[in-house]
Structures are given as structure tokens and as C-alpha cells.
Design a protein around this ligand. Structure first.
Ligand code: PMP
Length: 315
């Protein structure tokens, strides 16, 4: 029997028009915003929950907790609802737009908003998932320790996050391009997408370039490992491995990301969010710097209607 869970993944890979990119080279986009709850995070939510069940970390009827800027939260709420779990989300107040909160509530989740003080630390309105979610992650750990049958999904360090992209997203990209791919470009929050897809591509052909994209408000990967504050059991995680794997990091500001996201809707009919705009903007920039690259792939992580009240490049 099939249900909506069977619709997760196996997204189409589409070629952008040459008029959109202004380049003779091909930029192809993976339409992750077409996953059932509207983002690439459906993939990791499903795999992380299934593995937690296998590993005995959670039993049906239990509570899943997570810190998220929105997409992982919504994906866990959705998969959790279908599989019979309670979900509690610790959400930074700075990214607590009504459209995200209403979506989570509709799926039946409990939400606790937290003041993270993030705004003071950034130079523009863009938000980097790995740095805004430090306080929410501490709350997740507390909730896991104090409750019975409570499991923190730990998207920032859970190996099954990156493995989803290694085994599924990355493999799909190799098949859909027939291995004809020269570079992969993706925005970094947890770094699960970049790390997992990057590992599959590099295993296939170490010459394939792997490029991270980050909001200019807080370029964590660009700043390097020394810039990442390590709190035992809370921070670090996948992003450290992604720093080792990546060939380059491109920093994109809010306006550049929003303008390209608008163009993707208006010129390509791709109803994708702001980080999708950042990814395409960065892919174009990378091809301009490296014109020998013929085929570049990126992802369109989420849907545009998540950004109706605030247009913000969020990872
Ligand atoms: N774009 C959006 C809109 C996201 O929500 C996220 C993750 N929160 C990312 C990009 C980055 O993906 P990853 O966590 O796999 O690095």
C-alpha cells in the first residue's frame, strides 16, 4: 500500500534556460521543493526516524524534538504525523514567521519559540542554520534527557542526515546526469546535503567539484573550522566534514538570493525559496570563474510560500 511517504525523493532534475543563466554551459536543478511537505528535508526526516526506530532510540507514540529554522521542523512534523509520533520544535524567534508556525501547528506539532540573540551577530538579514540554532539545540538535549521515549533527531550531527543524501539524492543525481557532472553546488545549513551528495560524487569521480554556498550574514564554512565554536554534544557535526570535502565556498547576500529566486519563479515557473535563488546565483558565479565546467547541478531546497512575510536567505 502506498501513502505520501512514498512520494519523498526521486525528484526531477531540470535544465535551466540559457536565457536565465546567461551561460552556454548547462545548470541543472533538482526540484526538492516538490517533496510532500515542501522541502528537501522530507528525505532526512524519514531516514533519521526510521533509523532511530531500528536503533531502539524511539518507540511508536514517542516524542521527536528538534531545532530548526523551519524546513526540518516541518518535515519532522509531517513524517511524524504520518508515522504516529508527537513532535516538539524549538524554533528561533528570529525565523518564526507565521506561515511556518501555522504549517507545523496544522501537522499537530508543539512549538517553543526562543530568543537566540542572533540578529546582533550578523551583517545582513540572512540566516545560517548552523549558528542560529545553538540555544535551541541545548533545549533539545534537555528535553531528551528529561523525558521518557523522547528522541532528539540531531540533524546537525546525525550521520543519517548526510547518508540520506549520499545514498539517495547523490545517487539520483549520478543516474539523472549519466555521470556527466562537473560540479555540485549547495547551500549549507547542517551541511548534510553538500556532504552526502559530495561524497557520492567524489567517490564516482574525485575531479567533480563540490561547492558550498552560505549567507553573507554568517559564512560559517567560509570562516573555517577555527571559527566554529565547539560545544560538546551541541555544535560541530557534519559541517566540519563538509569543510574538509568542499573545493570552494561562495558567499551570497540576501538581495542576490531574493532577486534570483524571483527570476526562477517568473522566468522558469520554479516556485522555489530564497536559498534556491542563492544556489543558482552561486552556480552561475562558479561557472563564470571556471568556464571549462560543462554541467553543473544544484538543488532547489524549499518552496517560495515559506517566505511570503519575510524574504530572507535562510539555510
Ligand atoms: N536551504 C534551506 C531553505 C534550508 O532549510 C536548509 C536546511 N535548513 C538548507 C538550504 C541547507 O541544507 P543542509 O542542512 O542540508 O545543509
Amino acid at each position: 500500500m502506498k501513502n505520501t511517504i512514498n512520494l519523498i525523493g526521486n525528484t526531477s532534475l531540470l535544465d535551466l534556460k540559457r536565457e536565465t543563466t546567461g551561460l552556454p554551459q548547462n545548470i541543472a536543478v533538482k526540484t526538492e521543493f516538490l517533496n510532500p511537505s515542501g522541502s528537501i528535508k522530507d528525505r532526512i526526516a524519514l531516514r533519521m526516524i526510521k533509523k532511530a526506530e531500528e536503533e531502539g532510540l524511539i518507540k511508536p507514540g514517542g516524542t521527536i524534538v528538534e531545532a530548526s529554522t523551519g524546513n526540518t521542523a516541518i518535515a519532522l512534523c509531517y513524517v511524524g504525523a504520518v508515522l504516529g509520533y508527537q513532535v516538539k520544535i524549538f524554533l528561533p524567534r528570529e525565523v518564526g514567521e507565521d506561515e511556518k508556525i501555522d504549517t507545523m501547528k496544522l501537522y499537530g506539532a508543539e512549538i517553543e519559540m526562543l530568543d537566540t540573540g542572533y540578529k546582533e551577530k550578523t551583517s545582513d538579514g540572512s540566516v545560517h542554520g548552523s549558528s542560529i540554532e545553538i540555544l535551541p539545540r541545548k533545549k533539545c538535549l534537555e528535553a531528551e534527557k528529561s523525558g521518557d521515549n523522547v528522541w532528539w533527531a540531531r540533524q546537525f550531527s546525525n550521520p543519517h542526515n548526510a547518508e540520506t543524501h549520499k545514498f539517495d539524492t547523490g545517487q539520483e543525481i549520478l543516474e539523472q546526469t549519466d555521470g556527466q557532472i562537473d560540479a555540485f553546488v549547495a547551500s549549507v545549513g547542517t551541511a548534510g546535503t553538500l556532504l552526502g551528495v559530495g561524497q557520492t560524487l567524489k567517490e564516482y569521480n574525485p575531479g567533480i567539484k563540490v561547492v558550498g554556498v552560505e549567507p553573507s550574514g554568517f559564512p560559517a564554512m567560509r570562516n573555517g573550522k577555527e571559527g566554529i565554536e565547539i560545544i560538546e554534544g551541541i555544535t560541530g557535526g557534519l559541517i566540519l566534514d563538509a569543510i574538509d570535502l568542499a573545493d570552494d565556498v561562495i558567499v551570497v547576500d540576501n538581495d542576490q538570493a531574493v532577486q534570483m529566486a524571483d527570476r526562477l519563479v517568473q522566468e522558469e515557473g520554479l516556485f522555489c525559496g530564497i536559498s534556491s535563488g542563492a544556489n543558482v546565483f552561486a552556480a552561475i558565479e562558479f561557472v563564470r570563474k571556471n568556464p571549462e565546467l560543462k554541467n553543473v547541478v544544484t538543488v532547489l531546497p524549499d518552496r517560495r510560500d515559506r517566505y511570503f512575510s519575510i524574504q530572507r536567505y535562510t539555510t
